[in-house]
Write a protein that binds this ligand. Structure first.
Ligand SMILES: NC(=O)c1ccc[n+]([C@@H]2O[C@H](COP(=O)([O-])OP(=O)(O)OC[C@H]3O[C@@H](n4cnc5c(N)ncnc54)[C@H](OP(=O)(O)O)[C@@H]3O)[C@@H](O)[C@H]2O)c1
Length: 326
C-alpha cells in the first residue's frame, strides 16, 4: 500500500472510515459484520482507521474499533474525534448543518478536552491516540483555547498528533499557531470540492488533508439506486428519489469513463482524489470486505495527465442537483 505523510504522521493513502459500522447511519449493520469489516480493512492494508466518540451511541464505534485492535495495535494509526458527544449536564452550542441532522451540538471548551480524550482512550482500550481531532469548531470558543488544551494532551502522552475537522482556513491558521496540526479533515470528493482557501492554507503550513466521504456517501460508486428506511441519506437533498435519479443520469459519463479505463467508478473516484494533492488521503467507509479490497486497490492506479483531463472533462458536465452535507 502506498503511504503518505500528514504533517509528520505516515499513513496509508487509503484508510478506513468506521462511521458506517454503527447503527443509524447507512442501515443494515450489526457488531459481527462490523468487526469483520474492520479486520478486512486492516488485512487489506487500510491501517489508518478513522472513528469518533460521536459515531453510534455511548462510544459504540470507538469500542468496535478497540475490539478489532486487540493484538494488532502496533499496525494501526488510530484517529478519533471529540466535541459532539457532549457529557450530560454540560452546555453546548447548536449550529445548523443543513442536512439530515438538522443541527449539531458542540462543546470544545478547553476544560473538557482531557475528559473527552480519557473517555475515548477507555473506549478504544489503548494508551495513546495517534491522531486526535476536534470534530467541529465550537462557535462559542476561540479555537486557540481548544487547540491549547489539545496540545497539553500531546505533551502528556495521551495523544500523538493533532487534527481539526470541518474548519476554515483561518481557524486552521490560528490553531496551528498554538500547536502544530498534522491533518485537517474535510469533505472532498468528485461531487464536493474542497474549499480552495483551506487547501492553500494546508499546503502552506505542511498540514495533511484527510478527505471524508470520498465516495460521496456511496453515490460515486454508481451503485446507489434506492435507499432503505434506516439509511440517513434519505434525508439528504442529493439523495431524494428525484435528485438521485437525475444525479445518476448526469454521472453516467464518469461511470462510462471508469469502464473504459478498466476500473470501477469507486476506484476512479478514489484514484482521482489521490491525484489532487500529494498530502491528501482518503478514508472510505464500507461494511463489505469485497468493497474494501476494491477501494484499497485504487492506490495502485497512476492517472496520467491525459486521463486526468478526460476525468475533468467528464466532471465538468456533471452538474449535481440537491444541497450538500454541510
Ligand atoms: N469529519 C466529519 O465530519 C466526517 C463526516 C462524515 C464522514 N466522516 C468520515 O469519513 C468516513 C467515510 O465517509 P462515509 O462513510 O460517510 O462515506 P463514503 O466513504 O463516501 O461512502 C460510504 C458508502 O459507500 C459504500 N461503498 C464503499 N465502497 C464501495 C464500493 N467499492 N462499491 C460500492 N459501494 C461502496 C458503502 O456501502 P457498503 O457498506 O455497502 O460498502 C457506504 O454506503 C466516515 O467513516 C468517517 O470516518 C467524517
Amino acid at each position: 500500500m502506498r503511504t503518505r505523510e500528514l504533517g509528520g504522521l505516515r499513513v496509508p493513502a487509503i484508510g478506513f472510515g468506521a462511521m458506517v459500522l454503527s447503527p443509524g447511519v447507512y442501515g443494515d449493520i450489526d457488531d459481527d459484520r462490523a468487526d469483520k469489516a474492520i479486520r478486512a480493512a486492516l488485512d487489506a492494508g487500510a491501517t489508518h482507521v478513522d472513528t469518533s466518540d460521536a459515531y453510534g451511541a455511548d462510544g459504540h464505534n470507538e469500542r468496535l474499533v478497540g475490539r478489532a485492535l486487540r493484538g494488532r495495535r502496533e499496525e494501526v494509526v488510530v484517529a478519533t474525534k471529540f466535541g459532539l458527544a457532549v457529557p450530560e449536564g454540560e452546555s453546548a452550542r447548536a449550529f445548523p448543518v443543513g442536512y439530515s441532522f438538522g443541527e449539531l451540538r458542540v462543546n470544545g471548551e478547553a476544560r473538557l478536552v482531557r475528559r473527552y480524550a480519557e473517555r475515548s482512550l477507555a473506549n478504544l482500550g489503548i494508551d495513546a491516540i495517534d491522531l486526535y481531532y476536534a470534530h467541529y469548531p465550537d462557535p462559542g470558543v476561540p479555537i486557540e483555547e481548544t487547540a491549547g488544551a489539545m496540545g497539553e494532551l500531546v505533551r502528556d502522552g495521551l495523544v500523538r498528533h493533532l487534527g481539526l475537522s470541518n474548519v476554515t482556513a483561518e481557524q486552521l491558521r490560528r490553531a496551528h499557531a498554538v500547536h502544530p496540526i498534522a491533518a485537517v479533515q474535510s469533505e472532498w470528493s468528485m461531487w464536493r470540492p474542497i474549499d480552495a482557501g483551506l487547501l492553500a492554507a494546508a499546503r502552506e503550513l505542511g498540514v495533511g488533508i484527510v478527505a471524508w466521504s470520498p465516495l460521496g456517501n456511496g453515490f460515486l460508486t454508481g451503485s446507489v439506486r434506492a435507499l432503505g428506511e434506516d439509511d440517513f441519506r434519505r434525508h439528504a437533498p442529493r439523495f431524494s428519489a428525484e435528485n438521485l435519479a437525475a444525479n445518476n443520469d448526469r454521472y453516467a459519463p464518469v461511470r462510462d469513463l471508469a469502464v473504459d479505463l478498466g476500473v470501477t467508478p469507486a476506484q476512479l473516484a478514489l484514484a482521482w482524489l489521490l491525484h489532487q494533492d500529494e498530502h491528501v488521503v482518503a478514508i472510505p467507509g464500507s461494511r463489505t470486505p469485497a468493497h474494501i479490497e476494491e477501494n484499497v486497490a485504487a492506490t495502485g492506479f497512476t492517472l496520467h495527465a491525459d486521463t486526468l483531463s478526460r476525468i475533468d472533462e467528464a466532471l465538468a458536465g456533471f452538474e449535481v442537483t440537491g444541497g450538500t452535507l454541510l
